[in-house]
Design a protein around this ligand. Sequence first.
Ligand code: AMP
Ligand code: MG
Length: 346
Amino acid sequence: MKKHRGTILLLLVLCGIVALVVVGLWKIQGDNPLVVVIRHHPKGIMDTETNLTAVVDIDRRREGEVAVKDAEQALRDVEALMSRYIDRSEVSLFNAAAAGQVVPLSPDVIEVLLAGKKLHEKTDGAFDITIRPLIDLWKKAARENKLPDEDAILAAREESNWSQLDVFNDGAMKRVDTVSIDLGGIAKGYGIDQAVAAMQEDGCRGGLVDVGGDIRCFGLSPRGDAWQIDVRDPFGRDEPIAKLRLTDAAVCTSGNYQRFSKIGDKHYSHIIDPRTGWPVDIAPSVTVIAPTATEADGWATALSVLAHDGLRLIPPGSGIEAMLVIGTPEKYTIHKTPGFDRYVLK
Ligand code: AMP
Ligand code: MG
């Protein structure tokens, strides 16, 4: 009996030492030593930088490595289907098609078209994937360094809109030849959602997909708690404009500071107000938190058009929160939905 007691005591002491070492390591490294973190930075996706992070149990490194590769592939697949810069993408083929015939489209493209349509309805038309002719007109204006005239703006607006486009279960049909779509305001978010789904299917305990600063995270961060995400200052200052703590959520930012073109000495946003046909210029940055990156991406673009008037259109209970920076570096105001600060690190 005495001998047993000695063994039990020894075991307890050993367990204690192991626990102390584990906790100690955790404290020193700041990371959870029971998981491994796989990071992957594939190049050449959606014309921006991609950062993929997978968190897996310590004995499942291989699964983590497969997961980040699968996430990369999911992003590349979405780009191949939806990019307007790829001639053979389904979006390009649809834009080149004639009216009156159903163009077959894959389920992913149909899903994004329908998400775009829903958002168009919810945002009083501010989000509009059918404004491609206007986008092309402003691109040409930037190339020629000459503002388009009002007639051309009006014509481009009339060439393509939702009343001339039908979406079916397996394809879409134009009613006039000139209908043309652009998924640039939402497809990146959809790609991020697909990448997250791939990582979850591969058994990751946590993960983060960051494509050019648009992000979705799930599960545990490498530290074993929420993910910390910085929102870049729209005026280029080093200090982030907000530091967020997120779990199982997406955050996307639309900003004039990131992508714009120059005509004369003025900068013009790449986001067009479908109501006026002119580039937007009120909000230097709009950040949206949402359950999915598709929603966050789409709403960030829509609120860039609507500015603070659009905050009231966010459906209650949707889990969507937004922060808008309005004004100039010298004089700006910040507008937020009431729940946004729940995610802000104090
Ligand atoms: P984002 O950076 O997500 O705000 O998306 C901007 C892109 O969305 C632009 O480069 C266009 O391709 C597209 N876009 C521009 N204006 C709109 C709009 N009003 N509704 C939907 N997409 C738009
Ligand atoms: Mg967007």
